[in-house]
Design a protein around this ligand. Structure first.
Ligand code: ADP
Length: 634
């Protein structure tokens, strides 16, 4: 950040990403400009909540005025709109950090993905959240003055910017604690300078805000609008979640989501319930329609706020939701927890455990309903959050089966990775005599779909699930069965198709195994330490050979994943299986001079086919070329 100081006024540059965000926002949200007021009121409400909470431990923060409200006023002559709160306020450093940078991790990567195509990039705003900066949609200058509750009156701070590359900051006197935001409206925004207009925007977007939103009363007198001294509360000013369900409209639920979820798009779905019993609490939980940009960051926030008897306690209460539900947003309001509950207490609290398990069940129930009754919506959910939900299979033993039922997986039954099936669908389509769910893991959809391991399954028309997300290895290592059917990797252990093979096939395999015994031994000694075992296979129809992992060894895909993540993976040797019907294998039976080269190529190509990396690629290439030349001269 650059800065030049005059007296105590300093000019600083915005973080590069803020500049981009501002540009993007002004252009893409213009048609939706009214949302700026919702965002600023939302921030004012959060700041008031924070003060009320901090004051629980330190009453003096109220500075003898504990009445929290948000005031909106306008000035037709100066063309300004002002939002004033009596919340926690900001110190100088906080103003600089909060209104000059974006502190979320992953921001830089996110912005580096922008294409420069305004239409496309505008779409991404939704993943980011708009917040304070939306003020610049309607204002060409914004002045923020703030003083942190409890600080002396000369510790006020003024921030000012025209939304270009810089902002100015200086220390000032400010008697009232909290924050005041003055918007100097752009040309063409005069319609916002009307009591009626502002009231209608507040009622539309901010009715659910808990603090009263005050405006001066107005009346028509002698043909002009007169602003009176008397205040009027414009919103309902009552906690939405504490109201009865049947009294809340869809739109109210949606607007409330935008406030708690810091999102400007509608939520995908929600569940609202009051739970009575040993623990009494109200939950209003939302599923967003889009994943936030930072969902994969380690410190990505969990979006559920904790309230105790309608007093805000904390944001991002990670104990309220399991990690694999970190996409859920909303509010939990407990009737039983003490007001002075801290994060440390929450970590150990049995009460919180009960709430978490209740909330988790609710969300799973919501998803099950959606999957059953609105497949299209569920597909949308899955596209955004499926990979996160998958983590639950390993993380949440209690709900494992439920989560497994919610999985949507790529399969040989469909052609593209977008078309997915459920495990229940899979079971419904199982062949007569099939008693297992077959799957393969690979590091891409194509590698899975085209794997030689699938050949026999294709021939017999048996469906195989295709796993290619990073999280899938973790998933299959925790999911052993579904509805009583075992999950079996087609690339691990001996292939036992059970009743899917008839007696003739089994007999034939036995004969072939004896027939090929000598060749197997020869290949085995040629490969030596590179393999655990060599054997004849009947999984292949088109390929000459493939590698499989031993029953209890780690899958090759997982070993590669671990290695690429810089972790140690046990080095277990693969089993080489050869296709006794393949011409190359038959040719091996008579090969003498070049036997070792043939075998080596066979092994290496089996490794390549499953997405592995060769130890010594140059030698492989040399061998192949040599063999090609010899073929030619034969
Ligand atoms: P978000 O609210 O999503 O975090 P914003 O850009 O809206 O993002 O605000 C950034 C931060 O600035 C907030 O998290 C808060 O810490 C601070 N802030 C904004 N408005 C106020 C306010 N009226 N009072 C106190 N702090 C505020």
């Amino acid at each position: 950040m650059s800065n030049t100081a005059t007296n105590n006024r300093e000019t600083m540059g915005f973080q590069a990403e803020v500049k981009q965000l501002l540009q993007l926002m002004i252009h893409s949200l213009y048609s939706n400009r009214e949302i700026f007021l919702r965002e600023l009121i939302s921030n004012a409400a959060d700041a008031s909540d924070k003060l009320r909470f901090e004051a629980l431990h330190n009453d003096s923060l109220f500075e003898n005025d504990s009445e929290l409200n948000i005031r909106i006023s306008y000035d037709k002559t100066a063309k300004t709109l002002t939002i004033t709160d009596k919340g926690i306020g900001m110190s100088r450093d906080e103003v600089i950090n909060n209104l000059g940078t974006i502190a979320k991790s992953g921001t830089r990567e996110f912005f580096s993905r922008l294409s420069g195509d305004q239409q496309k990039d505008a779409n991404l705003i939704g993943q980011f959240g708009v917040g304070f900066y939306s003020a610049f949609i309607v204002a060409d200058k914004v002045t923020v003055t703030s003083r942190r509750a409890g600080e002396k009156s000369d510790q006020g701070v003024r921030w000012e910017s025209d939304g270009g590359g810089e902002f100015a900051i200086e220390m000032i006197e400010k008697a009232a604690r909290g924050t005041e935001i003055v918007l100097h409206l752009r040309e063409g925004q005069d319609d916002l300078l009307s009591g009626q207009k502002i009231r209608s925007i507040i009622r539309k977007y901010s009715d659910h805000i808990v603090q009263p939103i005050l405006m001066k009363k107005e009346e028509w007198k002698d043909g002009t609008q007169q602003i009176l001294e008397e205040d009027e509360t414009v919103n309902q000013a009552f906690a939405l979640w504490a109201r009865a369900k049947n009294e809340i409209s869809e739109d109210e639920y949606k607007e409330f989501y935008k406030h708690v979820g810091h999102d400007y798009q509608d939520p995908l779905a929600w569940t609202h319930a009051r739970v009575e019993g040993k623990q009494e609490y109200t939950q209003l939980l939302y599923i967003p329609s889009r994943a936030p940009f930072d969902m994969w960051e380690r410190d990505a926030i969990h979006g559920v706020k904790l309230y105790v008897r309608r007093v805000f306690i904390m944001d991002d209460a990670e104990q309220l939701m399991p990690r694999y539900m970190r996409f859920v947003r909303g509010v939990v309001d407990s009737s039983d927890l003490p007001l002075n509950v801290s994060r440390e207490i929450l970590q150990e609290s049995k009460d919180i455990e009960a709430i978490r398990s209740g909330c988790t069940k609710k969300v799973l129930g919501l998803l099950e309903d959606m999957a059953k009754n609105d497949a299209e919506k569920y597909t949308k959910f899955w596209g955004e959050f499926g990979r996160v939900l998958k983590e639950g299979v390993g993380e949440d033993i209690v709900n494992k089966d439920k989560i497994a039922g919610l999985l949507r997986l790529a399969s040989t039954h469909a052609d593209t990775s977008d078309e997915t099936v459920s495990m229940a669908d899979y079971i419904g389509r199982m062949k007569e005599g099939q008693d297992k769910i077959y799957y393969i893991t690979a590091d891409s959809f194509n590698a899975a779909k085209n794997s030689p391991h699938l050949e026999v399954f294709r021939k017999k028309g048996i469906e195989v699930l295709l796993f290619s997300d990073r999280v899938d290895e973790w998933l299959v290592s925790n999911l052993f069965e579904f509805q009583g059917k075992a999950l079996v990797s087609v690339a691990k252990g001996g292939l036992d198709l059970g009743k899917l093979e008839d007696e003739t096939e089994k007999k034939e395999q036995e004969t072939v195994a004896t027939e090929f015994k000598d060749l197997i031994d020869k290949i085995s000694s040629s490969l030596g330490e590179r393999v655990k075992e060599v054997r004849v296979t009947h999984r292949l129809t088109d390929s000459p050979a493939c590698l499989v992992a031993d029953e209890h060894d780690m899958s090759a895909n997982l070993a590669r994943l671990l290695k690429s993540a810089g972790q140690k993976a046990p080095t277990s040797k693969p089993i080489l299986e050869i296709n006794p019907k393949h011409p190359v294998v038959l040719r091996l039976k008579i090969e003498e001079k070049r036997f070792d080269d043939w075998v080596s190529v066979l092994f290496d190509q089996a490794l390549l086919a499953e997405g592995g990396q060769l130890d010594d690629p140059a030698s492989f290439v040399k061998r192949v070329n040599q063999l090609m030349l010899e073929m030619h001269s034969n």
